[in-house]
Design a protein around this ligand. Structure first.
Ligand code: NDP
Ligand code: 2IT
Length: 446
């Protein structure tokens, strides 16, 4: 059996009941297989055995009082997967579906993503099965304070720097930071995604969505095309989706969908700046459902329980969650003429769906490349915090554009070097992996 196959079996055997982690390991390892013929020392030095094993997993109880004085208990996690390239770095997810396997898949993807950014960051992920939906601000604050009361001992500006992900935005980062500061008597860059008036970076809220659109532009350039006039579908309606739509509008594309866990809106006339402002108020302040959009604007269809992938489009931007594009969805997208998929979400396409995109040679930007703009600007926030300075938004945005361009170039170059030009799954995985593996060789058996 090949080294890679052996390691996939090992990952499955050692981590039972973690299907998302198995999926991520399998996708990455199969696509980097050609590297091991050229670099036999990776096998000799057990690089993969170490690469698939997190450096540390922390699990803890999070007790908190709700507004009725009832006691609640959730489970908190932090996966410190790899410190080969820098301090552990990655988001926190608060969602009822959160479990160990999901956070391990996310932290594992983060290793390669963070490597691709070219910035000095290792990889981690954390979160809780806490559901912020329907909770008051005070309940969210009490939960965040309790969560940080354990987490603070494991993180630090040079050790592990968490940020947001699903269910964790500016409000939660504020509460978490406040409690960290109180426990540690230290005002430092221990979290990113902070508000800009107390240490956050300009463009961080925008970065993942903008980055995913910049990545799409880079892919389109290889076919001498641009986004102007392109019909785009976007899933989700949270942070990543909102700024994806904002940038697409700015570049003259027409966005016709958004969604949430209840359903999808289809707006054939396109989401314009005014409608987007409504969505941002609906989702970020009133914390309502996307269904309301269809009630507010005429000519909009609401599809309960549906995802946007049956809608005819040129470009698709999955930006909600993992495994939201099935093989059938991928076939429908391609069948309807979709020529580009840029993944704002992490692992939104199932493996058979990825194969559909690759076989049909559409422009396909896998999440770890296309959505790396968020963590890249987080690393720029760390740099600004270390300098005790804040950079103007043009500077951050220009750096973000440059980073997305270099991720595309590195991934494309690796796909050519390894004989499958344009296969950015292979290209991104190889480009990200080689850098981490070489750092691991340099640092000895740790
Ligand atoms: P938000 O919490 O802001 O928004 C998440 C959106 O996805 C909501 O519309 C939510 O709907 C929907 N959603 C979440 N879970 C599900 C589900 N199980 N089924 C259907 N819809 C779902 O999160 P973000 O925008 O920050 O994150 C979106 C994706 O982008 C995630 O995959 C995340 O890992 C990834 N990502 C985020 C980055 C960031 O900087 N924030 C960086 C890189 C990747 P509802 O309101 O109904 O829950
Ligand atoms: O998946 C991701 O890259 C994120 N949620 C952002 C992580 C970060 O540290 O900004």
């Amino acid at each position: 059996m090949s080294y890679v196959r052996e390691m996939i079996e090992l990952a499955i055997r050692k981590n039972p009941a973690e299907p998302e982690f198995h999926q991520a390991v399998q996708e990455v390892l199969l696509s980097i297989e050609p590297v091991f013929d050229r670099r036999p020392e990776y096998r000799q030095k057990s690089i993969l055995e170490r690469f698939i094993e997190p450096e540390r997993v922390i699990m803890f109880r999070v007790p908190w009082f709700d507004d009725h004085g009832r006691m609640n208990v959730n489970r908190g996690f932090r996966i410190q997967f790899s410190s080969a390239l820098g301090p552990y770095k990655g988001g926190l997810r608060f969602h009822p579906t959160v479990n160990l396997g999901i956070l391990k898949f996310l932290a594992f993807e983060q290793i390669l993503k963070n490597s691709l950014t070219t910035l000095p960051i290792g990889a981690g992920k954390g979160g809780s099965d806490f559901d912020p939906k329907g909770k008051s601000d005070s309940e969210v604050m009490r939960f965040c304070q309790s969560f940080m009361t354990e987490l603070y001992r494991h993180i630090g500006p040079n050790a592990d720097v968490p940020a947001g992900d699903i269910g964790v935005g500016g409000r939660e980062i504020g509460f978490l930071f406040g409690q960290y500061k109180r426990l540690c008597r230290e005002f430092s860059g221990v979290l990113t995604g902070k508000a800009t008036n107390w240490g956050g970076s300009l463009i961080r809220p925008e970065a993942t969505g903008y980055g995913s659109v910049y990545f799409a532009q880079n892919m389109l350039t290889t076919r001498h095309e641009g986004l102007e006039g392109k019909v785009c579908t976007v899933s989700g309606s949270g942070n990543v989706s909102q700024y994806t739509v904002k940038k697409l509008i700015e570049l003259g594309a027409k966005c016709v969908s958004l969604s949430d866990s209840n359903g999808t809106i289809y707006d054939p006339s396109g989401i314009d700046a005014e409608k987007l402002a409504y969505v941002m108020e609906l989702k970020n302040i009133r914390r309502g459902r996307i269904r309301d959009y269809a009630e507010k604007y005429p000519g909009v269809e609401y599809r309960e329980g549906d995802r946007p992938w049956g809608i005819k489009c040129d470009c698709a931007f999955p930006s909600a969650t993992q495994n939201e594009i099935s093989e059938e969805d991928a076939k429908r997208l391609v069948g309807n003429g979709c020529m580009l998929v840029s993944e704002g979400a992490n692992m939104p396409t199932v493996p058979d769906g990825v194969d559909v995109f690759l076989e049909n040679k559409i422009l396909y930007g896998p999440g770890k490349a296309a959505n790396a703009g968020g963590v890249a600007v987080s690393a720029l926030e760390m740099a600004q915090n270390s300098q005790r300075l804040s950079w103007p938004s043009e500077e951050v945005d220009n750096r973000l554009r440059g980073i997305m361009r270099s991720i595309h170039q590195a991934s494309h170059a690796a796909s050519e070097e390894y004989g499958d030009p344009g296969n950015l799954v292979m290209g991104a995985n190889i480009a990200g992996f080689v850098k981490v593996a070489d750092a691991m060789l340099d640092q000895g058996l740790v």
